[in-house]
Ligand binder design. Sequence first.
Ligand code: GDP
Length: 467
Amino acid sequence: MTDDSNIYAVATPPGNGAIAIIRLSGENAIVVADRFFRSRNTAKQLVNQKTQSLHYGTITFKGEYLDEVLLSIFRAPHSYTGEDMVEIYCHGSLYIQQKIIQLLSGNGMRLAKPGEFTMRAFMNGKMDLSQAEAVADLIASESEASHRLAASQMRGGFSAAISKLRNELLQFTALVELELDFSEEDVEFADRRSMIEKIISIRELVDSLASSFRLGNAIKNGIPVVIAGRPNVGKSSLLNALLKEERAIVSSIPGTTRDYIEESVHIGGLLFRFIDTAGLRESDDTIESLGIERTLKKIDEAEVVIALAEASDSESYVHEFIESIRSKAGDSDKTIIIVANKTDVLPEYKEEMVLKSFANASDLPVLLISATNGTGIDDLKDMLLKSVDTGNLSAPQYIVTNARHYQALEETSASLGAVLTGFRNNIPTELITTDLRQAIYHLGEITGQITSDEILGEIFRNFCIGK
Ligand code: GDP
């Protein structure tokens, strides 16, 4: 996958900024930089400088002054990539950046591919694969929670947990295989019962990691929330109320199919993606008039459904509405919150009645709000936060955020399941060790102890250039 070529890339975003950073990595990085960098102290040569050192000077292009820069040197293996590295901090002008790049490519260096610096770091043993993937997640993280997960994965806690499981399985397999070597003598080095117990407990750990992916994925990509309700019930107004109180609006993405809009809001350190399907055609169809049909697909993808009705709606309407949402939601893990809107036009003495009639209509939690004057919006936010079980977030238990890791854990669990079945059915030990080896293989895929060029290519292609 890697070669020993010398690479460079602009590590800062494209365009004019105060400062731009150009990174160099490879055996010749320092020598090449030395050719066009003149230190303030003219006697100083970069090739003679220590690792982790910072230098101030000018860059000349064909003998002419180009820019005043700071330049840092990292010598192998004490660098991000594990190779000799130079970072040039120049002024952010595109012209200056281009000229420096010309100098580098004219000196036998080539532009790095996306993620190539991090891939070299992985290849040189500076980090394992799951840590390398966390670097990309950290760069992309948009909320406190996604940042925390990426940072923890980057620091290697998750890798260590996976490696520990893998080592346990390796020791275990070694014992079983030892028995095979002594098969003539019919010995058992490992007590079957305690072996089975051990495999069961490892498998439980693997399964609990795999099941954390649902939460991990939601945290990484934002928790999808659908606001369902018939036209004019106040879906857009509710969305606006949620957005208004939240200063850190992240983005507003028009849906790719143009039939919904998505707004992201940070609530309590988590990113929620509100999907609003309002403003679509109306129809006489009963389901459509409940406002379900058009949100159907979105309800399916959502973690949370806000079932929005008007406080003045009848018990039977609310009942029918909730039942139809439930039948579409299918998945029992989904949180459904019933919200009764427009309480501002309701006489106060009626609030108890509304709560009661809504509570009669289903067994779900009910909230009274007014999207117009903001009543109850904070309670709704609290309820949204509670709907996401983040209990694990601060505990030492790791949360899987990466689909590739999830897949590998699922396959590990399947192989361990086969091992257990094998033991229970007294299958010959040779066959059981094959499944054990499979489980070990899949765990190794996560940390990169087992990799293929194809997997590496896939992972690093999604990185930005310069990282
Ligand atoms: P949507 O079709 O479900 O998106 O509904 P809208 O948000 O467009 O609201 C429909 C109408 O109801 C608008 O005239 C809103 O001003 C009104 N509305 C929405 N929420 C409230 C509320 O809490 N109180 C009152 N009085 N009117 C509301």
